[in-house]
Design a binder for this molecule. Structure first.
Ligand code: GDP
Ligand code: MG
Length: 205
């Protein structure tokens, strides 16, 4: 068989892309990884205890019983040639030292925002802006309520035009998938702009 025939018949492995799901405490990161993942998500949750009452603000998320102490991990196949590995970050400030390690090799991120408590995700926005890691903003309308249109949220957060803001529901698979697809589109558009290839290549740091 000629070399080119062999190449044509050999199925290529899908590209695997690492994506971070970040944002403040209780904004819905673990929920999002769980609702969109096609494998049983790996969770590293521990119960919230009275020791955290003074430091962890539970206003608006009184139902929250556990918190991520290392990471959430999930996977979603976007097509025959693209698989996303999702890494949910821990939200509390005392675990932020792990974010730099989790960010190694990540192509992009979803910064989740609880529409009622946007401030909780400011540090995450800052983290990705400073490092130049591309991100989209997923606005989790708790209880399905979306009082503000995306443009209003973009203005309030002073985000550049090329950062997409999407209204979502962290509990709904389709909604979370749309946020991830928007991120992939944004990454491909950036690759076309930067080197004309449109190919998703791994970041080395
Ligand atoms: N009503 C509602 N509850 C949510 C939503 N997303 C997350 N939750 C709940 O809010 C709490 C915090 O969510 P979690 O995913 O643990 O947040 P994380 O700290 O960002 O990982 C949990 O009790 C979730 O069940 C949502 O979109 N609507
Ligand atoms: Mg969590």
């Amino acid at each position: 068989m000629a070399g080119s025939d062999r190449a044509a018949r050999t199925p290529t492995a899908p590209d695997t892309v690492k994506i971070l799901i970040a944002g403040g405490f209780g904004v819905g990161k673990t929920t999002m990884v769980g609702s969109v993942s096609e494998i049983a998500p790996l969770r590293t949750e521990e119960p919230l205890t009275v020791a955290g009452l003074d430091v962890d603000d539970l206003a608006g998320i009184e139902e929250k019983r556990a918190t991520t102490v290392a990471l959430d991990f999930g996977r979603i196949t976007i097509g025959p040639d693209l698989v996303l590995y999702l890494f949910g970050t821990p939200g509390q400030q005392r675990f932020w030292f792990m974010w730099d390690d989790l960010a190694v090799g990540a192509l992009g991120a979803v910064v989740l925002l609880d529409v009622r408590r946007p401030r909780a995700s400011f540090a995450a926005l800052d983290f990705f802006e400073r490092r130049g890691i591309p991100f989209v903003v997923g606005v989790n309308g708790f209880f399905g309520r979306h009082p503000y249109p995306p443009e209003r949220i973009r203005d309030a957060l002073a985000l550049p035009e090329d950062v997409q803001v999407l209204l979502c529901d962290a509990r709904e698979r389709g909604s979370c998938r749309d946020v991830l697809l928007a991120l992939i589109d944004q990454l491909i558009a950036a690759a076309v702009r930067d080197d004309g290839t449109g190919r998703l290549t791994r970041r080395t740091r």
